[in-house]
Structure formats: C-alpha cells, structure tokens
Design a protein around this ligand. Sequence first.
Ligand code: LER
Ligand code: MN
Length: 271
Amino acid sequence: MKFSVVVSTHQASFEAVSFKGQIHESLAAVAAAGYDGAELAVRNAAEVDGPALGATARRLGLEIPAVGTGQMWGEERLSLTAVDQSVRATAISRVQEHIALAAQLDAQVIIGLVRGVFPEAQHREASRQWLVEGLRELGAAADAQGVRIAIEAINRYETAYVNTVAEGLELLKTVGSDALGLLLDTFHMNIEEPSMEESIRSCGDRIFHFHVADSNRWYPGAGHIDFASLLGVLQETGYSGWVSGEFLPQPDGPTSIARGLEYLRSLQATS
Ligand code: LER
Ligand code: MN
C-alpha cells in the first residue's frame, strides 16, 4: 500500500490540505516525512508547470497519484452541472487541462465538487443528464491519453448528488466508460455509509483512489474511525492503489502529516 498526502499548488479556501502554495517546498516536506507520493489540489492546470513539478517529484523520490479539481468549484463556481451552458463548457475544458497535466505526471484526475452541488431549485433530471454527458466527454478524453478519472462520493452537507458509494456505482454504470472509477473518502463514508467495510466490498475493482481522514477530519488516528479494519478490507478487494491523506493541517501541517503516516504504517506492521 502506498501513502500520499494532499498539497495544494496555490493558495485556496479548502482547508483539508496539508500545505498550500510554495509547491516545490511542500513536496520536499512531504518527501522528508516519508510519504511515497503527493496528491495535487489544482485550481487551474494551465498555471502549473507539469514538467517542472514532475522533475521535482522524481528528484525527491515522490510519485503524484492524483490531481484534484475541486478548487474550480470552490474558488470559481465552475461545474459540470451549471445551468448556464457556457459555464458547463468552461468546466469541461478546464478539466480537460487537468487531464493533460495528469497525463504528464502519470496521475489520475479526481472529480469531486466540480460535478456541482445539485441545489433543490435546480431541475435534478436535467442536471443528472448534463453530468452524464460531461463525464462521457471527459472519459473519452482521459481514455485517449491513458488517464483514469476517479469520481468522489461526497457527504450530503457539501453536495446533493453522489453522496454514497451506491450512487457512485450507479453513475458509473450509466456513464459506461472504463476510464471512470470511484474515489472513496473515509471522512464522507463515515457520515453516509451504514457500513464502510460493506461499501468498500461492494465496489469490486472500481476503487481508483482512496482518501483518508479521521471522523473529525484530522489525521488518521486522531478520531474514532477503525482504519485497521478499513485498510484490511481494502486490501482484500485486491486494491493496489493509493491511500491518500486529505485532512486538516491540525495541530499544524508538519505534525499532522507525520502523525498520520506513523499511525497508518503502524497498522500495516500489525496486519
Ligand atoms: C475533496 O476530496 C473532498 O473530500 C471534499 O470534501 C471537497 O469539498
Ligand atoms: Mn476527499
């Protein structure tokens, strides 16, 4: 099992990332803490120098497992289900740039809140259709570049669509692209899933990426989620991907990444 942690290439309002900005220094801190990789949270891929980042990561012995897109929604309110067609088109072309960056870095692309939040006043069926069409277009682009897309199930307080793993699997079936799978996040699953273990089992080989934060969104080991059980079940499914820490920088970034990794590795040692 390989461990990474999320760092943001630029300043951003989303809080559950270990470091923001000064990305080359952040990568060095992640490598020094002993991680195998650094997941990138990126608002605008056009502002990221992929080859330079890739070179820094290689020099530090880090891989880049995934590139997140959530800041497009968080900072700019771009989404694949915006009522305004031109906003949807912009969101699609911006995610295409993430796909190109991911291809350079041998990473996956994450679709979280960029899918939109499905407000009650917005027609649900039309939104669902826009999302399916958008994901088909992005799936084809990803496929052509050898990139995989991981759709994240996110709790009900952040979006009204794909809150659960079951909804995520249903969406994958509707879209019908092999380039698409799921991102499971223990923070969201702890809120939405009756049994996190059963939800992991229900995915078969469709888990493309895995986020870990404890129940309080601090580093694993700081709350009451049973990570020994979850990582054991994840391994039983044959998952050979990444376990990526996406947690609040509490009590501070360096301490949280050190404690989170120490705890996860201690579980591995006893399994
Ligand atoms: C992003 O990976 C995530 O987990 C969401 O909570 C973003 O809002
Ligand atoms: Mn997440």
